[in-house]
Every structure is written in structure tokens, then in C-alpha cells.
Design a protein around this ligand. Structure first.
Ligand code: SF4
Length: 187
């Protein structure tokens, strides 16, 4: 029998109350995710950074500005899509997520995905891509290629923050978002 979907409000309350890993101790607040609950495209990033932790919203600050500009290239805006992260709390000093944190937190992302039931999952960067595709292949090889994970079409892309420090990534991001726009028209 198909498992019932958990409403997003209920999931958000579960995340807000979560103390299942030590990241709860350092957070200002949890960052559940944001956007259209019926989105055709779910974007999955890595974890909240400083600004996200302060505001409780994913992809604000410079990485958020990059993402907004890139969404426009694909013919999308923030209200069209849903944006979430692998982890719901900020790792100290923006360090990488640890395997045990990913393991304990990702049931929330799994339930979000079941409830939103998108057609496309766009994974932003290595951590989201490796988790969703269950692969050890890195984002450098996978970005810009369409994959399947169960019934979901998965499109890995560099993390928009990567272009803040490495402008060569910006061109790849622009190309991948342009291709995403084509896929959304075609598929
Ligand atoms: S990162 Fe995830 S598992 Fe850890 S406390 Fe936050 S919500 Fe809970």
C-alpha cells in the first residue's frame, strides 16, 4: 500500500522540533525550504549558510542572487519552484555536511520530495547529487546531464555558490540552466 504523504506544514513543524544531530545546538533556526508546494521542479542544495540560518530561508545572500539570475535563464522564478537542502541546519563555519548528519536528516528531504512530487529534481553541487543519485561520481562529470532516480528526472548542476569564487563555473551554470529551460519545454 502506498505510504500517505505528510503535509508540508506538518513536516516543517517536525524539522523545527528536530534535535536529532548536534547541528541543532548551533543553529539560529532551521531552514525547511521554500517555494511552490506543487512545483514541477524541486531544487536541492547542500545546507544553510550564515544568511540562511539567520533568515530561515534557503538561498539568500550572494548564492541566492546567483540562483535567481540562473532561474531566469531557465524561464523560471522562485515562485515556480521549491528549494530545499540536504541538511536543514547550518554546519558550523559552513563546513561540509558529515555522513552521519546526512543520514539522520535526509528522511525529511525524502518526505518533502514525496509530498511535492516534482517531475524534475535539480541537484545543486556534489552533496545533493551524490545523495539523490546514490553515486560517488562527482558533479564535474555529471553536471548538465539528465538522469533518472526512480520516477524522478534528475538534473545535476554546480552549486551556485561555486561561481562566487570561481568565475569559470558561471559559464557552465549558465549553459546548464539554459538546457534545463529547454528540457522543461520539451519533456
Ligand atoms: S540538521 Fe537535520 S537532523 Fe540535524 S538537527 Fe537539523 S533538522 Fe535535525
Amino acid at each position: 500500500m502506498k505510504k500517505p504523504q505528510i503535509p508540508l506544514d506538518e513536516l516543517r513543524a517536525q524539522v523545527e522540533a528536530c534535535h536529532a544531530c548536534p547541528l541543532a545546538d548551533g543553529r539560529t533556526q532551521t531552514v525547511f525550504g521554500d517555494g511552490n508546494p506543487n512545483a514541477r521542479v524541486l531544487f536541492v542544495g547542500e545546507a544553510p549558510g550564515k544568511n540562511e540560518d539567520l533568515q530561515g530561508v534557503p538561498f539568500v545572500g550572494k548564492a541566492g542572487q546567483n540562483l535567481n539570475a540562473l532561474l531566469e535563464i531557465a524561464g523560471l522564478n522562485r515562485e515556480d519552484v521549491f528549494i530545499a537542502n540536504v541538511l536543514k541546519c547550518r554546519p558550523p563555519g559552513n563546513r561540509d555536511p558529515r555522513p552521519e548528519e546526512i543520514q539522520v536528516c535526509t528522511p525529511f528531504l525524502r518526505e518533502q520530495t514525496r509530498t511535492i512530487d516534482p517531475e524534475f529534481i535539480v541537484t545543486l553541487g556534489n552533496f545533493a547529487t551524490k545523495f539523490i543519485l546514490k553515486t560517488e561520481v562527482g558533479i564535474t562529470r555529471l553536471h548538465g546531464t539528465l538522469k533518472m532516480a526512480g520516477r524522478f528526472k534528475v538534473f545535476p548542476i554546480y552549486h551556485p555558490a561555486a561561481a562566487i569564487y570561481d568565475r569559470s563555473k558561471w559559464e557552465a551554470l549558465e549553459q546548464d540552466f539554459a538546457y534545463l529551460g529547454e528540457l522543461l519545454k520539451r519533456e
